[in-house]
Design a binder for this molecule. Structure first.
Ligand SMILES: Cc1cc2nc3c(=O)[nH]c(=O)nc-3n(C[C@H](O)[C@H](O)[C@H](O)COP(=O)(O)OP(=O)(O)OC[C@H]3O[C@@H](n4cnc5c(N)ncnc54)[C@H](O)[C@@H]3O)c2cc1C
Ligand code: SF4
Length: 478
């Protein structure tokens, strides 16, 4: 494959007047961009037929009142649209940017189903809340009354932060503990900046800090503080730690230099976006520039890796997936973006090992075919004998998914029950675990999932805690 040109990407692509114009950057024409975004949002909002059967709303995990805020946007009543939108979603501008809308609200828009193209709900949601920030409508929380009860939240990802927001509205004291130096979880260090700009996440972290949420960063439970101490310090504890154990590959050469984990690769790139010194990027270890890159996996994490590698100036980027395009777990929109940017997909291909001379030089690929459907109805891949070949690579990124860390062992709390997948056993609607006063939300309960589900879990769990602690769920004065 020919060397990729060094593309000059705008930070957010979905609403740009001309996404493919490589010479244009968002900051070069902020006013034109704002005018365009307004006109586009109003045009899209006015396309909603107010059909009366809002499948979009029922397929949004937060049951956002989409028809109402579309109607208010179409008639220029943006502040009211914002009030409706933020009443069900803690971070609407984030969901508007990174929800897989094609599988959720937009995929179920009646206009889409009648073949006329969906109302771009996510981009209107983003526009409403971005405008609210610009206009100063988004303010720190000022509870009507400060309470003495306190909740400790382990994990500053979207699940933990959504819970923190709700608890503060009821005046409860909240401390969020996180092992990273910045809050945001995968919003900060997983999802790349070209999908979710980092200042969008940071301003939410700041807003929560200004709302009285205490952040204890660089604090790993099980290492810096014990789980027992956290429990003793608070009236309730929410576990919102996400899932971080990367699934691995076996086979000859699997431990060679040049074979890296997706989360390490993406974290390094995100740190670079923050302006941090990242020795692994400088040394080339986690840098795709000038390299033949092979990403293994077919989910959204794999798409983020291939698109990051393109932006770092890789010589070529290939994505190896053992099923075909129709059976990829990742969002179709993300796959299409990757294809448009020059990523080559090698379908029906699985790694069997690696060729190594000092460091990785290639992936030994087995060609696959799809066999009979299994119990879940999904066709299982089968090896085609004698069709193996070697795919050249000097950087291999493993994006095979994530599993939970062994919390009961790491936290010396064997009574914390986990499922056979290692996720924390908790009631889906309330987050309650079998341990008194201990709750769990987000990926650590669901397995690797979505930001919008973590937000929903965090909000629901906070409301249950507010009730259990006997605190009146007064809506905070803002
Ligand atoms: C690369 C990538 C891209 C993704 N893209 C999308 C997307 O486009 N759209 C989407 O909806 N979803 C996406 N997801 C999924 C989404 O990010 C997660 O579902 C969501 O972040 C889960 O939220 P959470 O709060 O449960 O956990 P996380 O966001 O994972 O946050 C958990 C936090 O807990 C902290 N923590 C863990 N253990 C400890 C401990 N022992 N002590 C202290 N702190 C601890 C971590 O440091 C982290 O900050 C993506 C995931 C990945 C990996
Ligand atoms: S939160 Fe996600 S699913 Fe719900 S309306 Fe917004 S973009 Fe759609």
């Amino acid at each position: 494959m020919a060397k990729q040109p060094m593309l000059k990407f705008v930070s957010v692509e979905r609403d740009m007047p001309n996404k493919r114009d490589a010479s244009v950057r968002k900051e070069d024409f902020k006013e034109i961009y704002a005018e365009f975004a307004k006109a586009k949002a109003e045009e899209q909002a006015s396309r909603c037929s107010q059909c009366g059967v809002p499948y979009c709303q029922s397929h949004c995990p937060l049951h956002n009142n989409i028809p109402d805020w579309l109607r208010l946007t179409a008639t220029g009543r943006l502040e009211e649209a914002y009030a409706v939108s933020q009443s069900t979603n803690t971070f609407p501008e984030i969901c508007g940017r990174i929800c897989p809308q094609d599988r959720l609200c937009e995929g179920n828009c009646v206009i889409e189903q009648s073949g006329h193209g969906t109302v771009t709900i996510g981009s209107v949601e983003k526009y409403i809340t971005d405008t609210a920030w610009e206009q100063g409508w988004v303010k720190p929380i000022v509870p009507a009354i400060e309470r003495t009860e306190s909740v400790g939240i382990i994990g500053a990802g979207p699940g933990g932060l959504a819970a923190a927001d709700r608890l503060r509205r009821a005046g409860i004291q909240v401390t969020v503990y996180d092992r990273y130096d910045r809050a945001g979880g995968l919003l900060t260090y997983g999802i790349p900046g070209f999908k979710l700009e980092k200042d969008i996440v940071l301003r939410r972290n700041d807003q929560l800090a200004q709302s009285g949420v205490m952040f204890k960063q660089n604090c790993e439970i099980g290492k810096d503080i014990s789980f027992a101490d956290i429990r003793a310090a608070h009236d309730a504890v929410i576990i919102a730690t996400g899932v971080y154990k990367s699934r691995d590959l076996q086979g000859p050469g699997a431990g060679a230099e040049g074979i890296v984990k997706a989360i390490d690769y993406l974290t390094a790139s995100n740190r670079q976006d923050f302006g941090d010194a990242v020795p692994e990027i400088e040394s080339g270890e986690l840098n795709a520039e000038g390299k033949k890159v092979v990403v293994i996996g077919g989910g959204d994490t794999a798409m983020d890796c291939v698109r990051t590698a393109i932006r770092q100036g890789a010589e070529s980027v290939k994505c190896l997936y053992r099923r075909d395009k129709a059976n990829m777990p990742g969002s179709q929109r993300e796959t299409q973006n990757a294809e448009e940017e020059g990523v080559e997909f090698v379908w029906l291909s699985a790694p069997k090992g690696f060729t190594v001379v000092d460091k990785v030089e290639g992936v030994m690929v087995q060609k696959m075919r799809l066999g009979q459907p299994d119990a879940t109805g999904r066709q299982s891949p089968e090896v085609i004998e004698g069709a193996d070949y070697v795919e050249e690579a000097d950087l291999v990124i493993k994006a095979l998914g994530f599993e939970p860390e062994a919390l009961p062992t790491l936290w010396e709390e064997p009574a914390l029950e986990v499922t056979r997948w290692g996720t924390v056993k908790a009631q889906f609607t309330t987050g309650e675990t079998d341990l008194e006063g201990v709750y769990a939300v987000g990926d650590i309960v669901r397995g690797a999932s979505l930001v919008v589900w973590a937000i929903k879990d965090g909000r629901d769990c906070a409301d249950v805690i507010v009730e259990k602690l006997g605190v009146p769920a007064a809506v905070a004065a803002e």
